[in-house]
Design a protein around this ligand. Structure first.
Ligand code: KG4
Ligand code: ZN
Length: 334
């Protein structure tokens, strides 16, 4: 294969991620600007603010990254950008920058599915899993179990019928008065929780398929917060029960997916993959059946440009490069 340098741009939600990936030397560098502080006071991502912030940060980040790696734009062979799914305005920023740069440089663009980026992100870490594997994709927007046989060869095994796991964490956290996004904060609060004081439902645990449902959990947490004085210990106890319920379902369904696929490698991708309890439980249970769990490094678990550049590099080896600079983003994309 011909050696290529790929610039990756991620702007689907609230992180501007930029990366340079070299098909022979791997990831050269990546950089990220998080908008968490910007959206914090609104309790969620405000789409218009997100778009404007991507506009402010994308080009300076690209410039910095090139400088840091001693590269120039002229050396870039292709530009990969997140084409969807995500916030349309935010996606348009990345897509228009990618297409405009590519047009002026006369190089191809590669539109990447954001979730493909997450699915392939474990390949950025060492040790990396080998195909085939089962991937548990758990982020603020998605909860999916996929069978991954190779680049572009993905089969959906199961997914959430309503809220994503990250959303369940964030909504429970919000009800407990924690800042957005509250997943990690809830997890910290749960450390001081009393095991067994509250028991929350595990929806669809025995549904017989690999689908999830988390919206009922939010309602159950809401009920608990209304029934009790929210002193510090009670908040911790509710956080404990919420985390147990979410993690329990994720673990049981992941095990079932491995069994159904007849595979023993599990890859966990997406922001919720940072959760310590989830990791400990998965390591224990998957290990007990002779399998192994792979986690991308934390910096590749959450949204980032590196996974988009990597996916672009792998796609580039597979398909004819495009020189169509009409950008069309896909805010909804199966
Ligand atoms: O993949 P990600 O960075 O963004 C997308 O949604 O694409 O995932 C963010 C989600 C948020 O819901 C956040 O609360 C959750 O990941 N999260 C966690 C933890 N760290 C991040 N949830 C539970 N425990 C954590 N330690
Ligand atoms: Zn994501």
């Amino acid at each position: 294969a011909i050696v290529k340098l790929i610039l990756g741009i991620e702007s689907s939600c609230d992180e501007t991620g930029i990366a340079l990936y070299h098909t022979e030397r791997g990831l050269l560098a990546h950089t990220l600007h998080s908008q968490i502080a910007l959206h914090n006071e609104y309790g969620g991502v405000v789409p218009e603010l997100a778009s404007r912030d991507h506009v402010r940060h994308a080009l300076p980040l690209i410039r910095d990254l090139l400088q840091k790696t001693g590269r120039t734009l002229g050396e870039v062979d292709a530009i990969a950008y997140t084409q969807g799914p995500g916030l349309s305005g935010a996606l348009l920023v990345g897509a228009s920058i990618a297409c405009a740069l590519a047009y002026t440089l006369d190089i191809p663009t590669i539109g990447i599915h954001h979730l493909e980026g997450h699915l392939l992100s474990p390949l950025l870490s060492d040790p990396a899993p080998e195909f085939p594997f089962v991937a548990l994709l758990v982020s603020g927007g998605h909860t999916q179990l996929m069978r991954v046989d190779g680049v572009g060869r993905y089969a959906l095994l199961g997914e959430s019928v309503d809220d994503a796991a990250g959303e369940a964490f964030d909504k429970s956290a919000k009800l407990l008065g924690l800042d957005y996004p509250g997943g990690a904060l809830l997890s910290r609060l749960a450390q001081r929780g009393t095991p067994g004081r509250f028991k929350l439902p595990r929806p669809m645990l025995h549904s017989g398929d690999l689908d999830f449902s988390f919206s009922g959990l939010k309602t159950a947490v809401l009920t608990l917060t209304q029934q009790h004085d929210l002193d510090e210990q009670t908040r911790a106890d509710i956080a404990y029960a919420a985390q147990e319920a979410i993690v329990d379902v994720l673990v049981q369904k992941s095990l079932a997916a491995l069994g159904q696929a007849g595979l023993d490698q599990l890859v966990v991708a997406g922001g919720v993959g940072a959760n310590r309890l989830l990791r400990a439980r998965l390591d224990e249970t998957v290990g007990a059946r002779g399998g192994r769990v792979f986690y991308p490094d934390l910096e590749f678990c959450t949204d980032n440009g590196a996974m988009i550049a990597l996916a672009g590099a792998m796609r580039l080896q597979q398909q004819a490069a495009q020189r169509d600079y009409r950008f069309n983003v896909k805010p909804r994309w199966d």
